[in-house]
Design a protein around this ligand. Structure first.
Ligand SMILES: C=CC1=C(C)c2cc3[nH]c(cc4nc(cc5[nH]c(cc1n2)c(C)c5CCC(=O)O)C(CCC(=O)O)=C4C)c(C)c3C=C
Ligand SMILES: [Fe+2]
Length: 451
């Protein structure tokens, strides 16, 4: 299947920020959203469980003007609706807030469907720079908690994308129980990742039934999105673990400059780019040959939280750092010569003898030539989670890759067993999710799973 371009507009939108009223006094977006939040979703926003009583006065309240005092600086918008979900080939934004969720033990199949419907509806609004519902942060009854938390009032869409995923545990619990009557819809490719050499995984940063990847150019917008989606889920699903990321570590479009990771190296040079339509179809998106038709046009997300011992790295000689990566630090050119985008030549010989690109360097071991031609679309972010008692930063790479089979990640990660980079990194968190195809107005992400 050839993925559509529909999520790659890349042009600033002329839509007004957050619920600026139209001349009619209605939300500028109201007509384009197919349905409102379910009663359960509204109850979640109020922080009331499913058994709670009726909410009075559900009539639509005209949206209230937002952010008059703040001139929006990044009104970039990427449509939520499309044949593929946004946030995969979308030019990587600066910030990430990623969260995995556990669906509550008491939730039924209908609860799960309604949650995905509510999330899709809310995401279609949030990605337009609107509040989570029409009543929003300040348009509801003064006697009720506001629908929207209000922390993004006055902020533009900031390129927000919201990408939903479903994990292996959604289909079957640890005892093999078919939780939501979808066990026979589980793709063979969606399995927990195996243990890898040097793994130091913490259970508190591993797994999840569902995931939300929110990317934006403003961290407040990304956090607002996940926070409000989490409120909607109240009583149906709760956050298991989450990660804030900054400074994208990968380009996903050749129009973007290659960013740097916390080791100071350009990261993303050899990534699959959104312009590479054939490579996207071959390596990233699931096609009609999949064992599960509902995944046609979807992809798989692998997340790995990788701690980087940056203090030790900073004491390594430049030459050693470059030999470990296999590229030079200044330009990002392969050690075999040329400039950043020159193909590495693993046969090239160093003037002092031996291979110019060390055999145990990261780029050699991760290169398609040593991995049956496999390519990943990497979309990771740096993170810093404070410091330890020794004054060292808890910092690293929140690695995210998209591929049409998680086994492709597994293949490369196994090959990285000999990687000299391993002396400076540890994988501490891990998860894998199926990313269903996109949806259209009136539908919801994951609908094919229940059809
Ligand atoms: C299993 C997949 C990968 C993990 C895990 C991983 C961790 C990791 N990578 C860097 C830094 C760099 N990686 C680079 C290239 C690169 N990395 C992977 C895969 C994983 N990396 C691939 C497939 C590639 C491309 C290889 C190629 O085709 O040439 C680079 C070089 C620049 C670039 O091409 O992006 C850097 C730098 C770190 C620091 C890290 C863990 C913390
Ligand atoms: Fe890498």
């Amino acid at each position: 299947m050839t993925p559509s371009d529909s999520n790659i507009p890349g042009v600033p939108s002329d839509k007004p920020p957050r619920d600026t009223p139209t001349d009619s006094g209605e939300s500028s977006e109201a007509a384009s959203t197919p349905a409102g939040l379910s009663r359960r979703g509204l109850l979640g926003l109020l922080g009331i469980g499913a058994s709670a009583g009726f909410i009075g006065g559900a009539a639509t309240v005209a949206a209230v003007a937002r952010g008059e005092a703040v001139a929006p600086t990044n009104g970039d918008q990427f449509p939520f609706y499309g044949t593929t979900q946004a946030g995969v080939t979308t030019p990587a934004q600066d910030r990430l807030f990623f969260a995995t969720f556990d669906v509550t033990a008491s939730a039924t199949r209908d609860d799960l469907i309604e949650l995905l419907q509510d999330w899709s509806y809310a995401a279609s609004r949030l990605t337009q720079g609107l509040d989570v519902s029409e009543r929003g942060a300040v348009g509801g009854s003064p006697l009720l908690p506001p629908d929207d938390t209000g922390d993004a009032l006055g902020l533009p869409a900031s390129g927000l994308t919201i990408t939903f995923g479903v994990g292996p545990s959604l289909f079957q619990d640890a005892n093999g129980n078919d939780r939501f009557g979808i066990a026979d819809r589980k793709p063979a490719a969606l399995a927990d990742l195996p243990a890898f050499a040097f793994d130091l995984l913490s259970p508190s940063m591993t797994g999840g039934d569902l995931c939300i990847q929110a990317c934006a150019d403003d961290p407040q917008v990304a956090v607002h999105a996940v926070r409000n989606l989490s409120r909607i889920a109240f009583g149906r699903a709760q956050i298991r673990w989450s990660q804030l990321g900054f400074g994208r570590t990968s380009s996903t479009s050749s129009a973007q400059q290659t960013p740097r990771n916390l080791f100071g190296f350009k990261d993303g040079t050899a990534n699959v780019m959104s312009e590479e339509k054939d490579a996207l179809a071959k390596h990233i998106y699931v096609d009609s040959t999949s064992d599960q038709g509902w995944m046609n046009g979807g992809t798989y997300l692998v997340a790995r939280k990788i701690l980087m011992t940056i203090e030790s790295w900073d004491r390594a000689r430049l030459e050693e750092q470059e030999n470990i990566i296999g590229r030079d630090k200044g330009e990002g050119a392969p050690l075999s010569g040329g400039s950043e985008f020159t193909e590495p030549n693993f046969e090239a010989v160093h003037s002092a003898g031996g291979p110019a690109i060390p055999v145990d360097s990261h780029v050699r071991l991760a290169h398609p030539k040593l991995n049956d031609g496999i390519r990943l679309l990497r979309r990771g972010y740096n993170y810093v989670d404070g410091n330890n008692d020794l004054g060292q930063l808890n910092a690293g790479l929140f690695f995210i890759s998209f591929q049409n089979d998680p086994e492709h990640f597994v293949r490369i990660q196994k090959n990285l067993k000999m990687d000299t980079l391993n002396e400076y990194i540890r994988h501490v968190g891990s998860a894998v999710f199926a990313i269903p195809p996109g949806t259209s107005p009136g539908g919801y992400v994951g609908e094919g799973l229940f059809a």
